[in-house]
Design a protein around this ligand. Structure first.
Ligand SMILES: [Zn+2]
Length: 386
């Protein structure tokens, strides 16, 4: 078993140790004692150096040993170790912040924490509760930060599992149990690294709430992460506010009303586009001369069949003795509209023609649409119509 310095001292950043074992390539080494935290309990591993060689990963092994994976082989019996303190302290802030938030969520709403993840950007806890409304989020945030300001002590004690531990979440651990306590608030069984007083958490920010498998997932950041994130959010909001020439507080309301206005004007634009298409259809009718059989036939090539095209066709074929045909070359498809007095049943005629060409389509007696496999068959169909 490796002696774990961080169990009793989370602030040890430099230490000496003896190498007790190594992998054959000397890239993995085992020490008699270590302050490097191996990934466990939701907290990621520490980085740093051993005799100046960068650590790539630290792992907890089942036999109780800690494996240090190095970026270059190391051959030594005594080593000098240095922890990447910025990374470790950040982890200590997020992890203690998690204990604090979990305790507050239990205190305020009776919500147990079921899992914890400390990520590179932000951290999450899943709580056994189906909802957490904005008012509850604000209460959680205020209570957690109040306890930060009170700078309550965070202590580590070792107890035996047979005792009444009075901890927030039962542990399955047998024998000696490490208990991390926040003064007058919380006691948890935990092997992670924590700050010594809540003030060092440096502020808690809740950033996202989402439902995950029946639980609520609470995304949070502490310390410098919270500051940086809040500043990035400020910059994003300020950017939007500038575009509206408004203050930050006015911006959310302005965005909402602008979206509503946009939706209204899009609706109006579509209505006008249909009216223009109908006028175009009627104009085209009057510009199209009669054929010898008395029918006016119009043919158009278009990039696609749209609502506007259908409106144009309907207006054209809404006049007397009229046949309107539109073709799309890619993919080969067509639209046929015919006036009631034209003697042509658009649905029937189009269905027969496209079926013969191996395509499909149909519609009403005055308007029909279909597609065919090739441009040649499309052209040969429409030459009979217009
Ligand atoms: Zn912990």
């Amino acid at each position: 078993m490796t002696e774990r310095i961080y169990y009793t001292d989370s602030y040890a950043t430099e230490f000496r140790a003896a190498v007790v074992d190594a992998t054959p390539d000397h890239l993995g080494i085992y020490l008699d004692r270590t302050a490097f935290y191996p990934t466990s309990g939701g907290q990621p591993y520490d980085l740093g150096t051993i005799n100046g060689i960068e650590i790539r990963e630290v792992m907890d092994e089942e036999d109780g040993r800690v494996a240090h994976l190095l970026s270059a082989p190391l051959d030594a019996s005594d080593v000098e170790c240095r922890i990447d303190w910025a990374r470790r302290f950040d982890h200590m802030q997020q992890h203690t912040g998690q204990h604090l938030l979990s305790a507050v969520l239990l205190e305020l709403f009776g919500a147990q924490t079921v899992s914890f993840h400390l990520g590179a950007e932000s951290s999450t806890i899943d709580i056994a509760r189906g909802v957490l409304d904005p008012g509850e989020v604000r209460r959680t945030l205020e209570r957690a930060n109040q306890i930060v300001f009170e700078n309550r002590t965070v202590t580590v004690t070792f107890r035996h599992s047979s005792e009444d531990l009075g901890i927030r979440k039962p542990t399955e651990r047998e024998g000696v149990v490490r208990i991390v306590s926040i003064e007058d608030l919380d006691q948890s069984a935990c092997g992670g690294t924590h700050v010594r007083a809540t003030g060092e958490i440096g502020g808690v920010l809740i950033r996202r709430i989402e439902k995950v498998r029946g639980n609520m997932r609470v995304e949070f950041l502490c310390g410098m992460r919270a500051l940086k994130r809040a500043h990035a959010d400020y910059e994003a909001l300020a950017d939007i506010a500038r575009a509206f020439s408004a203050t930050l507080d006015e911006t959310p309301g302005l965005v909402r009303t602008t979206i509503e206005k946009l939706q209204d004007s899009e609706k109006a634009r579509r209505k006008l586009a249909i009216e223009v298409a109908q006028a175009r259809g009627r104009q085209l009718y009057w510009e199209t001369p009669h054929a010898s059989d008395g029918l006016r036939r119009a043919r158009r090539t278009v990039p696609e069949i749209t609502d506007e095209l259908r409106a144009e066709a309907q207006a054209f074929a809404g006049c007397e003795r009229a046949v309107f045909c539109a073709v799309v070359e890619e993919p080969p498809s067509l639209l046929l509209a015919a006036s009631k007095d034209s003697g042509i049943n658009a649905g029937q005629v189009l269905k027969e023609a496209v079926s013969k060409a191996g395509g499909r389509g149909g519609g009403s007696s005055t308007m029909a649409q279909g597609s065919v496999p090739t441009l040649e068959s499309l052209n040969s169909i429409v030459t009979h119509w217009a």
